[in-house]
Design a protein around this ligand. Sequence first.
Ligand code: SAM
Length: 261
Amino acid sequence: MKQERRPLLQAPAVQALFVLCISFMLALVASQIFGRVAGFVLSPLIFSVLHGALAALIARWRRMASWWPVMLFLFPIAVLLVNALHLPPALFLGGFLFLLLLFWSTFRSQVPFYPSGRPVWDAVAGLLPSGRPLRVIDIGSGLGGAVLHLAAQRPDSTFTGIELAPLPWLVSRLRARLLHSRGNFIRGDYTRLAFADYDVIFAYLSPAAMTALWQKAAAEMRPGSLLLSYEFPIRGVPPDFQVRPQERGPILFGWHMGGKR
Ligand SMILES: C[S@@+](CC[C@H](N)C(=O)[O-])C[C@H]1O[C@@H](n2cnc3c(N)ncnc32)[C@H](O)[C@@H]1O
């Protein structure tokens, strides 16, 4: 089942870019008018504050999430201050390319890279059905820690990670090779996977991804299979069980698939 992708223009980061462009033009017009009426040219700092304030106002009017007005207000001022450092342009290009390879289409998926950790992987290992070989996948496998850890613990089973962003995928491939792990890593989009091929699906994504994940899992996962989500529940679908890998840490939610709901 192929899932609908969020239209590019609806991605909050793309909207923020538009807001910055529009507010820049408004600030430009305002500064021209101000210059004609008061005979006074705005300093770059005042112009940046005006640009940021207009961007923040538009973001609020557009009902963007609460952090966007703050970020959009600060962005033009930060650009001005960083520009004053006269850093080599290659540094910005290098930084951009590094972040692009690390986060790739996060601006669209709203699922950024942040790793879980050993307590979570141990909790997942403890929830895997025993006594039979399993096919397990980490959807959005990041640096591959979960897959590598689980593959070492369950030699009878097959562990795969699928990751969209090139850099984490490459790092996980290299780690698997260096560790002689049986875990394998695919570079791709989990929304295009056949979920029916797996006994256990582990997800550590973001609230924005959970409804579509559930629709796909409910449509494709076989009866008796298991869906696990660390930290993020699914709205309107109570989990069949939950464990807390770390005291006061987030919850690992689980659903036995194929049952009546
Ligand atoms: C929160 S990280 C989790 C990393 C890893 N599972 C862990 O537990 O440490 C989510 C990862 O999902 C990846 N991702 C987001 N959308 C994806 C998609 N549609 N297909 C594959 N990977 C995706 C992101 O690039 C990011 O690396």
